[in-house]
Structures are given as C-alpha cells and as structure tokens.
Design a protein around this ligand. Structure first.
Ligand code: GLA
Length: 730
C-alpha cells in the first residue's frame, strides 16, 4: 500500500513510484511537511520539520509563548493567511468578523483505495490501475471551514496528485479569498525555477533562472491558462539537466486564471503555492456548500528534466486524456485554414479532399468560415448554422462526398464566443459577458459568452449537437480566440461576481463534458488562437491541442520542445504548411516541415492542389513515415537531446519504444555554420543491445550511440533536418 499513517508519531507517508513524501501533525494540529524526494526506507522522520521561533518577528501560536515553534518558519502542508506565517499562504478565508486571519487544525483522516475525483472538474483518474487516496481533514474552529486535503497516488508513477475541497460546516457564510490546490515547502533554495512563457504564435518558450530571496509568480488573469504562461513550473537542482539531477515538476490541471507562486524565505527554504489565481477571485461559501480547488500534480524526478517530463507524458496520456481516441493513432488530417482562410466553398474543399485522398491523407477539417455570414472575422460567431452560399445544400452533401472519397470529416467551432454582428447577439445581448454598467472590450471583433449561465450552455449544447448530428462528423476543433474582460456576470448577485472567472471555467467544463459524452466517437482537438489554452485540463476533454498558430517548422522546434516539458507528443498537434510561411515568411525545406510535424499529431495545413508533383511525392512519403513511426512517437518515451533555446544551430529529440527495440531521432539545423561538426548523442536506448540506424546503416551498441553518438558532421543548409530510425538487431 503506498499510503501509510503512523499513529505514534502522527506521520503520513506516501510512496509514489521511486519517490516518498511525508508530513505529520504538529503542534496545535498544524500539518508540518517532512519530506519529498527519492524513495527512503521505512524510518523515523522526526526532527525533519524546520522551525525557528526565536525572534519576536516570528510569532508563536497562542499558548506557545517562548517555544521554538513559529508558523513563520515551519515547513507546512497547507499554510494559511494572517495567523503568524507571513509567507505565501495557500488559504485565506474572510469570516463574519471581517478578518481574513485563518487557522487550520488537524481533525481526522481517511485512507481509501482508488483515486479521488473532483466534482465538475478534470482530474487524473486511475482507470484499471491500483491507486490510493489520502483525505486529511483540517478545520478552522472559528469560521467552520473544513478543508479536505486530498492526496492521490497511482501505482507506478513518481507523481502525487493534490487538491483541496473546502466545506462550510459552520452556520454563517464566509468568503474564500484564496484557496490553492497545493503548497510545497522544501528546506532548501538552491534551485532553478523553470517555466514556460510566451505570446500568440510563440507559446511555451523555456525560461530557467536561479531562485533568489523573492517572490515570483507565474500566472494568468485572462480567463484562460493563456499563451503567456503555462500552468507548469519546475524547481530543478542547479546541476540538473535532461538526464541527471533532481527536479520537482508542478502542473495544475486547470484552464482559467491560475498562479504558481514561489517564495524563498529568510531561512533559505522554498515555498511553492499553486492554484486558482487569488487576484479577481472571491467565492462566497454558504453553510453546507463546498468548493473544490483544481488538481495539482507534483512529480519528483531523480532522472533530470527528461525523467520529469516522461512521468507527466505517461500520466497525462493514460490517466488524464479520455475517450476512444486517447491511445489510438490519430488520423492524418488536412485543415483548410492556411489553404483558403475564409475564402472557400464546397468545390474548393472537395478539390483539396480529392488530392488528400490520392495522397493517403485521412481527414479533411473545415475550419472557420462555414456558418452564418462568416466571410471574415467580423461577424456571425454564435450563429452555428451552415452558410448555404458556400456549402450548397448544407453540410451533409459535402460530408457525404468527402466520405465517399475515403476521408473522414472534421469541423471548427468557437463555441464560447459571440460576434456583436450576429443573430445570437441581436436576440440575446444579455448573454455577452460584461460587468453591469461597463461596456465590453472587444477583441478580434468578438465578445465572450457568459458561460456561467446554464441557458447559454444549453443553447450551445443544442446547436452544436444539431450540427454534429446533421452529418457524419468525426472531429471537432474547439477554438477560443480572445481572453475575458469585464468578467463579472450580471447573472450573479453583486457579492458573488468575484466568482465569475472560476464559474466560467466550470461552465466550459460542463459543456465539454456534455458534448464529449454525447459524441464519444468524435475526436476533439483543443485550440485557442493556436496554443493559448494548452493545459492538462483541456487534455481531459481533447486528447490533442493545436500547438500554435505559428506553423513555421523552425519556430516550431522551440515551441514543441517547450511544450514537451509537460505534454505528451500525442497531444501536440503539428502540421506541414506552405512556404513562404504565413507567419514568418521563411522558406523551409518540405522534408523538414514534415520531420518537425512528425513529432506530434500529424497533419497538413496547406492547399494540396497547389503542390508540385515532386511535393506530392514527398507527402506520400511522409504519410508512409507517419504510419510507420506514429506508434513509436505517440506511445514511446520522449527524450530531448539538444535544446534549441541554448543552441541556435541545432535541435534534436527522439522517441524510444517502451521495449527499447526501436527509436526515432529527429535532428534539425535551424541555422547552419561552416565546418559544421556535430555528434548526436542518443538517449533511452538499451546500452547492451545493438541498433541499426537508417542513416548510416551501421550497427552499433546502445552504449556507443548514447555515449559517442552518431557523427552528423557535414555541410548542412539552413533548415535541413534528418529523421534517423533505429532498430535493435541483437
Ligand atoms: C485561430 C486558430 C486557427 C484558425 C483560426 C480561425 O487562430 O488557432 O487555427 O482556426 O482561429 O479563425
């Protein structure tokens, strides 16, 4: 059993794969953190708690005058605000007395088989795997707040999931001003903070910098996890690299306003707190009600950043993604966005579909522009009715013709949006999300729908279902092209409008849950102006996400490399697009465009009818390669080999099959140099087996390939690349 409680010392211990985690009940019922790191034997952990309550500026709790115990320096499980700990808090509750001073004491606990779930919110699930839950109840005697600190562990994973569920067991309402999902106190600060930042068309860029004595926040206030920061951070030992060293990965399963805060205190300890962003958040909890903070996933890796990422990949692919498609090889699709933008009709789409069928592509996705009077981005969002000027006779005749060519059909929606110039907005102006008395800001000519409202969600469910039922639709791209502003729902009473951001996200999850349950055969792909909502929670509904609107293969090296820190290759949607690239104007080799896209859920985003005969041959080759390599890429273990954020001349990664009998390495030269020398050292192979590589044909040991590498020194042109397939021969 991975979870133990030691009565005598009131210590909890969780063993998750190769790691251990421990905390205990301390003075006045405070939960003190003891350990999180590589697996330790069953031993006495007393004395690991750290507390220095000797200074008058670090107060002792009531009744403990003169003791060495102060919350201000103690390592804790779930620190609270205003009662002697001046560092970042996980919980702050404003009670009837008007104060946000909060106090929590241990009351009881339960260890159960199986992994807990969170009502209305995505969370890692165990499925058939063995799992356990630790549910520790702590309570605030004054407000009646009862907090369930949940810990989940699934057999075989170096990961601990956490969440907090707050119940009002008192007799008066209180306001939750901050309720983090988890806090992590570590008794050292010699870490680098790694996180992923970005902007539109430049998502998940890598940042790594040493922690110092300050508070850092990685956050979003946009109503979406956003292009700008991802719901992930890692604390890595300074010397940790891809293969060696300790790293703590923290990932929040949430799609809305979030914050991952770190603070290094005066005593050299690090506190990390992650959860819903407390800015623009206030949640009134009436007696008997409960509130769940979203799930946080903590991964401790002793095998560097690569080990951390592979744990996230496996966990999220197998135990977070759901549905029929989660572990299936995804169809090769062609999307018409960059091929036609809004300017298409049935004829044009069928011409692309015909060529697609001849080349072995498996699905046509019709992007934005098929509904209402949508001939540009100025109107019609919300009017999910086929534009019969473009698609004569409606959707079904088109889909039938596409199916007759042997292709499946997919369609684009942007459900959460409403154009001012739409029938929907004329009929329901009150459905626009906007604080009463304010004018809504506008972005890409559109407003956001008030997803906190049941009637809005019902309308969307009915209309979208109607479209999905009207023809044989196999795929939906779910877009979200602006962020929230003036986010205070008029449908809520004024004192509850601080709940809008989170209620919006819950509304989104509710709609996604209903639609994915009603249409289990449909493959959903998430999207938000590219990868503006690429987070674990969205993977629960859509096992793949459009990674970026930047389809330039060279730019994609960095974007996909950064994305791989948390997200499995099967979730990283990647397409071959035309040159000059529409975002950067760069001209990159067709093969390289394919090789980069091959590292994810593969497809095309160009007008196939405009390709030369030579390019069409290359498409056929890429299609064949995808069929050969996709199982390896999507189910294999991913190793980052050369970091394009550190090396502007090279980028490399590889996938290794679970039984290590096969591998595929990708080497790209974004920018060449004269006398280019490079030895590509591989990873993840069996050192004692011998592999034949498709580039040189030579047979070499895994050990040699990993320690000496493959010699790739030759004249390379800008943007050239190579795929190297390795097969164990003995
Ligand atoms: C977003 C998406 C694109 C495309 C357009 C359509 O930008 O990321 O792929 O669907 O919207 O408007």
């Amino acid at each position: 059993m991975p979870i133990h409680y030691y009565e005598q010392t009131q210590t909890f211990r969780i063993d998750a794969g190769k790691t251990s985690y421990a905390f205990r009940v301390g003075p006045r019922g405070v939960l003190l953190h003891l350990y999180f790191g590589p697996h330790i034997p069953d031993e006495d952990l007393s004395g690991l708690e750290f507390s220095l309550g000797l200074a008058s500026f670090s107060p002792n709790p009531p009744g403990m005058a003169g003791s060495r115990f102060s919350l201000d320096s103690a390592l804790q499980e779930y620190p609270v605000n205003g009662t002697g700990d001046y560092r970042l808090a996980a919980l702050s509750i404003r009670g009837q007395n008007g104060s946000s001073a909060t106090s929590l004491r241990y009351r009881s606990h339960e260890i159960r088989d199986g992994k807990y779930a969170l009502d209305g919110m995505p969370a890692v699930y165990a499925g058939d795997a063995a799992a356990q839950t630790l549910d520790v109840t702590v309570e605030d005697p004054l407000t009646g707040a009862e907090v369930h600190l949940l810990y989940g562990v699934i057999e075989g994973f170096d990961a601990i999931t956490r969440a907090a569920v707050i119940r009002n067991a008192g007799d008066a309402p209180f306001v939750i001003e901050k309720a983090a999902s988890a806090a992590l106190d570590l008794p050292r600060m010699d870490f680098d903070l790694i996180h992923l930042y970005g902007q539109w068309a430049q998502e998940r860029q890598l940042s790594r910098a040493p922690l110092t004595h300050d508070i850092r926040t990685i956050a979003s206030k946009r109503g979406a996890s956003s292009h700008y920061h991802n719901t992930f951070a890692a604390l890595a030992e300074r010397s940790a690299d891809e293969t060696h060293g300790g790293a703590y990965g923290m990932s929040l399963v949430y799609s809305g306003n979030f914050a991952i805060e770190t603070e290094c205190d005066a005593y050299g300890a690090t506190r990390a707190v992650l959860g819903i962003n407390p800015v623009d958040f206030a949640w009134t909890l009436a007696p008997g009600e409960q509130f769940a903070a979203p799930e946080a996933v903590l991964v401790c890796s002793g095998e560097g950043l690569g080990g951390m990422s592979r744990t996230f990949h496996r966990l999220y692919r197998r135990h977070l993604c759901r549905g029929e498609w989660k572990e299936k090889i995804r169809p090769i699709l062609v999307n018409n966005w960059e091929a036609t933008y809004f300017d298409f009709d049935e004829e044009k789409l069928l011409a692309i579909a015909k060529d697609a069928a001849a080349l072995g592509i498996e699905m046509l996705v019709m992007d934005d522009g098929w509904f209402g009077r949508r001939n540009d981005d100025k109107r019609s969002l919300g009017d999910w009715f086929v534009n019969e000027e473009k698609l004569k006779g409606g959707l079904k005749p088109l889909v039938d013709k596409v199916n007759a060519l042997g292709l499946q059909f997919g369609i684009w929606f942007e459900p959460e949006m409403i154009s001012p110039d739409s029938d929907l907005c004329r009929a329901h102006p009150d459905w626009v999300l906007c604080a009463p008395g304010r004018e809504p800001s506008i972005a890409r000519n559109q407003y956001v729908l008030d997803m906190t409202r049941q009637d809005v969600r019902d309308y969307l469910f009915e209309t979208i279902s109607g479209v999905l039922r009207s023809a044989n639709i196999a795929y939906v791209k779910w877009d979200f092209n602006r962020n929230l502003t003036e986010a205070a729902s008029p449908a809520l009473p004024p004192e509850r409008r601080g709940e809008t951001f989170h209620r919006y996200v819950l509304g989104l999850y509710d709609l996604l849950e209903r639609l994915t349950a009603a249409f289990p055969h449909i493959l959903f792909e998430g999207c938000s102006g590219g990868g503006g909502r690429f987070d674990p929670a969205m993977l629960y509904y859509s096992p793949q996400i459009w990674t970026s609107d930047d389809t330039d293969a060279i730019e994609r090296c960095r974007i996909q490399y950064g994305t791989s820190f948390v997200y499995p290759p099967s979730s990283i949607s990647a397409h071959v697009s035309a040159v000059p690239n529409h975002q950067t104007g760069r001209v990159t080799d067709f093969a390289t465009r394919g090789n980069v896209a091959m590292a994810g859920a593969f497809g095309y985003e160009l007008d196939l009818t405009k390709l030369t005969a030579g390019e069409k041959e290359l498409v056929k080759q890429q299609v064949a390669q995808y069929h050969a390599y996709a199982p390896l890429v999507q189910d294999g273990d991913f190793y980052r080999l050369i970091n394009p954020f550190e090396d502007e001349n090279r980028c490399a990664w590889m996938s290794v099959s679970p039984d290590r009998s096969e591998a595929l390495a990708t080497f790209i030269v974004p920018k060449t140099r004269v006398n280019f020398t490079s030895c590509l050292r591989l990873a993840g192979l069996d050192p004692d087996r011998f592999y034949k590589d498709s580039l040189t044909g030579s047979v070499r040991s895994g050990s040699l390939l990993m320690n000496a590498g493959i010699n790739l020194s030759r004249a390379w042109k800008d943007g050239e690349s190579v795929l190297i397939h390795l097969k164990a021969v003995r």
